[in-house]
Design a protein around this ligand. Structure first.
Ligand SMILES: NC(=O)c1ccc[n+]([C@@H]2O[C@H](COP(=O)([O-])OP(=O)(O)OC[C@H]3O[C@@H](n4cnc5c(N)ncnc54)[C@H](OP(=O)(O)O)[C@@H]3O)[C@@H](O)[C@H]2O)c1
Length: 477
């Protein structure tokens, strides 16, 4: 018997990993519901059915769930201002489409915690679970609830890792003592994978997690795995707001995610039931130290599968750009360099290696200053880095950029996600013996135009250097 399985959120942190696990499962026919199929690699597209659509576009959703037996719900609208309303509509659209299509089981992955003390985001995740499971006579729902997920690329782990790496002594507020129950992302994927085959009738809520720890204990254990000695000094004066600003400065996450994490840590997030052990007795969640070891190993081996910043900011897919928007750009800045034609492959390889820990060549300091300003005004800044040292894929974050087009050997197009009064793109074209680096600006109002002229001298230096640096690097490959 073939089981027809749908994964929604298949381009997100959890969805990408689940997709990878299910691709290797015998007897599973996989369909992915995505907003932008270009975020999937050609090798994935050749092995699955892709249903392009949006959960708010009901006809596309209904088409995606047709003929499906088990559907995973791994989407959220957390980055939107009206996330609660959108999450509700999303859950209702999904549940009703599944019921009408005769889907047998919905599997949902939400957050641990109780309504009374939940942060607004967690409350919305709980509401989604309640809505999905509100018609038990028509469809079965298995609802997993987890606290902090530890894995390479998870926001919580990136926060802990950066804090531990950068600060030998940490002054810590009260919330670092709150109890939580972290779980390794590999264990989450094991539960989600098994849930599709679980022989159980009716709805089920399954709380998952390993040992109970405080955020402070998690930091100290992480330091131990990383071979670092760290000290926590509790201070009463660090308010949640101050703590959030601090996290923004020291770690890669923007204010919205930092404050959400701290908000979540104000109250305990520990398991409320023993259904994980009862229904999945052969999954023994690994302790935090093992989860950290695996996460670090993936980073060191450049094997990070998915990251918290893969997905979209805001209501619409951030890479849903139109090629024509480049023609609308008012200001363009172009740098052309030539090289021996037999080096074209190496030049493109070098293009794919820009940014992240390698930096931005001679004027890295200018990029860093601009990145810091961006962080201070609520943007991503430079320190999101990159997922992989030498590879990029559409949808990847690269410092403050997002990869929006990638034609192997020929073109890389980045869209700026920096807070600025304009839209901006950076394009690298490799043609025969020529590298063309073009910056496109589409300014917003007078401020945008002032911004463009004020930053022109810096852009002149930076883009000249960028093109030269790429060729220099290519010569060493
Ligand atoms: N990550 C964690 O640490 C964690 C912990 C506990 C529970 N969870 C739960 O796990 C689930 C997945 O979280 P995640 O961290 O994987 O999220 P994520 O990385 O932000 O991914 C969200 C996914 O949803 C898709 N999506 C967003 N809006 C959509 C729409 N309108 N229509 C269709 N697809 C849409 C995104 O597509 P695009 O790529 O197009 O943006 C993306 O694939 C959530 O329910 C979350 O509560 C996560």
């Amino acid at each position: 018997m073939i089981m027809n399985v749908l994964i929604t959120g298949a381009t997100g942190f959890i969805g990408r990993r689940l997709k990878r696990a299910l691709l290797n499962e015998p007897g599973v026919s996989l369909r992915l519901f995505v907003r932008n199929a270009r975020k999937l690699s050609p090798s994935v597209i050749s092995q699955v059915e892709v249903a392009e659509g949006d959960v708010f576009d009901v006809p596309s959703l209904r088409k995606a769930v047709e003929g499906i037996d088990v559907a995973y719900y791994l989407m959220h609208s957390m980055a939107s201002r009206d996330f609660r309303e959108r999450d509700r509509t999303s859950a209702l659209n999904f549940r009703d489409a599944c019921i009408d299509a005769g889907v047998k089981r919905i599997i949902y992955f939400g957050g641990l915690g109780v309504k009374e003390t939940a942060s607004p985001h967690l409350l919305s995740r709980i509401e989604v679970g309640e809505l999905l499971s509100a018609r038990p006579a028509d469809i079965q729902t298995i609802w997993f609830r987890a606290g902090v997920v530890i894995g390479s690329g998870s926001a919580s782990f990136e926060i802990i890792r950066h804090l531990v790496q950068k600060l030998p002594v940490m002054t810590t507020p009260k919330w670092v003592r709150t109890k939580t129950q972290p779980i390794a992302v590999d264990d989450v994927i094991a539960y989600l994978t098994r849930a599709k085959d679980l022989a159980v009738q009716g709805d089920l809520v399954v709380d998952v997690g390993a040992e109970v720890l405080s955020f402070g204990e998690m930091m100290l254990q992480t330091a131990e795995v990383m071979g670092l000695k760290r000290y926590l000094v509790p201070v009463p004066v660090l308010t949640p707001r101050l703590s959030s600003y601090w996290l923004v400065l020291v770690t890669p996450v923007p204010y919205a995610i930092a404050s959400e994490l701290i908000e979540g840590l104000k109250s305990e997030t520990v398991m409320q039931n023993d259904h994980a052990a009862r229904y999945f007795p052969d999954i023994r969640p690994m302790p935090l130290k093992e989860a950290v070891r695996r996460a670090i190993d993936e980073i060191v081996r450049d094997q990070v599968i998915s990251r918290w910043c893969d997905s979209t900011e805001g209501a619409v897919c951030d890479i849903n750009y139109q090629e024509s928007s480049l023609n609308d750009a008012i200001y363009k800045f172009r740098k052309v360099k030539t090289f021996p034609p037999d080096r074209a492959d190496k030049v493109f390889q070098s293009v794919l290696m820009i940014g992240g820990e390698r930096g931005w060549f001679r004027y890295s300091i200018l990029w860093e200053i601009r990145g810091l300003i961006d962080k201070l005004i609520g943007g991503y800044g430079l320190n999101r880095g990159r997922r992989h040292g030498t590879e990029l894929r559409v949808g990847d974050s690269l410092d403050w950029w997002k990869v929006v087009d990638l034609k192997p050997g020929r073109r890389l197009l980045l869209q700026s996600q920096m807070k600025r009064p304009c839209c901006a793109w950076l394009e690298f074209l490799v043609e025969h013996d020529t590298l063309t680096v073009t910056a496109y600006f589409y300014p917003n109002g007078l401020l945008g135009r002032l911004y463009w002229y004020a930053t022109l001298p810096a852009h002149y230096l930076v883009f000249e250097d960028l093109a030269a640096g790429i060729l220099e690097k290519a010569a060493t490959l």
